[in-house]
Ligand binder design. Structure first.
Ligand code: PEP
Ligand code: MN
Length: 360
């Protein structure tokens, strides 16, 4: 995408003193539920009220959304509270209805962004709209696919665009429902600093107790806003119960989040420092995660050696690893001394693990 400087305009024009906030239930369930949550959120920092009308569920037979009638309820939200509204669209028919009911902002879900066919269909249906359109990352960590979807909209002359980071699906188990892969979001920002970027901690964590921390990390990494699923009775929500927070909790989260100040040379320095430190924290988490994984593999090797009665220490193999790592390290500006010390420590830990298995 060239010349994307127009992209920030919609957000800049809002003149917000805090990050953009989108909140509301995962799904519209009943008229009463939709309106009750909206009334509780109207005197808060919430800029857009969200509710899923068509729900992309992993398996059929689960609650798949109330459909068109929910758009009537969103219209009522706007009339009664003055809040702007938003919902997810996943095909041309959804777009047509959302436009008819004058939904203010549309987002495209992770399961749609993965499909260039669907993205093109939505782009064609939205052609030339001045509505704000936010594109969630695809379920898999593929930056090009994400950008490709946004590009299709941009090419269809939709200029009020933005992106939502909702984490990535993985086969491996982790504490997240969808792993944030923050370095991908950082790369995204570096490539397209003019594209507003919103974080969705609800779908990243899948757990209401982790919403605050992930939101803070996002703000530290210069995200422009947050989308947080909010429900009056989270435990009994018809979808995504574990990750929704109450309106009261949402307001508390907003109050507690540290929002970095802009302007001023001194605070600029602090901003940069905080941003870099947040990046370091993310990388450190990854280092620990990788080391944990390495030890799990070492355990499996220990098990094999035990079965075959083979010695833990295999010097030839170990010297090969060391030699390779010293070379790899050199290419990345890491000293031989550091590499040797670090790998000796890692090796020792592996040996300890394997000893435990063989003798345990
Ligand atoms: C949602 O926002 O409710 C949703 C279905 O999200 P995602 O597309 O990120 O799974
Ligand atoms: Mn949801």
């Amino acid at each position: 995408m060239k010349n994307t400087t127009a992209l920030r305009t919609w957000l800049d024009e809002m003149n917000l003193t805090h990050p953009l906030v989108i909140a509301g239930p995962c799904s519209a369930e009943t008229e009463e539920q939709v309106l009750k949550i909206a009334h509780e959120l109207k005197d808060s920092d919430v800029n857009y009220y969200r509710a899923g009308i068509w729900k992309p569920r992993t398996r059929p037979g689960m609650f798949e959304g109330v459909g068109e009638i929910g758009l009537r309820w969103l219209k009522k939200v706007k009339e009664e509270t003055g809040m702007k509204t938003c919902t997810e669209v996943a095909n041309a028919a959804h777009v047509k209805l959302a436009m008819e009911y004058d939904v203010d902002l549309l987002w495209i879900g992770a399961r749609s962004t993965v499909s260039p066919f669907i993205m093109q269909e939505i782009a064609d249906a939205l052609q030339g709209t001045d509505k704000i359109v936010l594109v969630k990352n695809p379920v898999n960590p593929d930056l090009a696919l994400w950008l490709g979807g946004i590009e299709r909209l941009y090419t269809a002359n939709i200029k009020n665009l933005g992106a939502i980071h909702r984490g990535f699906s993985t086969y491996e188990k982790s504490k997240y429902r969808n792993i944030p892969e923050w370095q991908l979001a950082i790369e995204f920002q570096n490539k397209f600093p003019d594209l507003p970027l919103i974080c969705d901690p609800s779908h990243i964590t899948g757990n209401r107790n982790m919403i605050f921390d992930v939101s803070q990390t996002a703000l530290d990494l210069n995200f422009d806003g947050l989308m947080i699923e909010t429900h009056i009775d989270p435990d009994n929500a018809w979808s995504d119960a574990a990750q929704q927070v109450t309106p009261t909790r949402l307001k508390q989260i907003m109050e507690d989040l540290k929002i970095r100040k802009e302007t001023e040379t001194d605070s600029k320095y602090r901003d940069s420092l905080e941003n870099l430190r947040a990046q370091i924290n993310v990388i450190d988490d990854q280092l620990i995660d990788m080391l944990g994984k390495r030890m799990k593999v070492a355990d499996q090797i220990g098990q094999l050696k035990k079965e075959k009665n083979v010695a833990v220490l295999q010097s030839k193999r170990w010297n090969e690893i060391l030699g390779n790592m010293v070379l790899e390290g050199e290419q990345r500006g890491l000293s031989e001394e550091f590499i040797l010390r670090m790998f000796k420590a890692i090796h020792q830990e592996s040996i300890n693990h394997q000893e435990k298995i063989i003798n345990g």
